[in-house]
Design a protein around this ligand. Sequence first.
Ligand SMILES: [Fe+2]
Length: 201
Amino acid sequence: MAQMTLDRREFFKTPIFSVTLPQLLPMQSEYIADVMRMVDSGETLDSDRYEGLQTEATLFERQESHWRMLHDAFVKLCEAIEKDERERGGQLRREFKFVRAACWAYIQTADTGKTDFHTHLPNRWSAVYYLKIPSDMPDLEGGTAFDDPRQPVTNDEVVVKFGEGEMCIFPSWLRHAPVPSPSTHETRITLAMDALYLPAQ
Ligand SMILES: [Fe+2]
């Protein structure tokens, strides 16, 4: 039998974007106060997906200016990424139109266990805004873990740590999970966001 040679080429890369939003930093205390008021009044969900405490995904329905600013910043970034990625993809890439965005808060304490990897499908872009990040979390505690779903080919898992005021944006199909933070007595608060797009007609 003739010897066969497998030609291995890699085609698909996965971008994870991050950005610092200094215009939102002066309002950190307002975001945190709103989130903690929701927690205190029981506006939280029991979720199979998350171990920690999660608010209802209604934060972008609020009319206060700080929530409008976060919404607008997120949508603007998604639109810029969408345009740039389409240009990179060339003519074959379909055009998608933004439909709506949703936002909720995730509160993690030292007692919060490990959350399973999950996606945010059928959304197109998802983001985490790091609202309150304890400074005493060692190593990769409190980071965000990403897991390539194309296993067993890649077997790739990475943990990225972001700081307060940073936003991370990634494709909604990318599996991810917050990393527990058992060493800190402080609370880790993040805002999760989804942007739904549909193919343009
Ligand atoms: Fe998530």
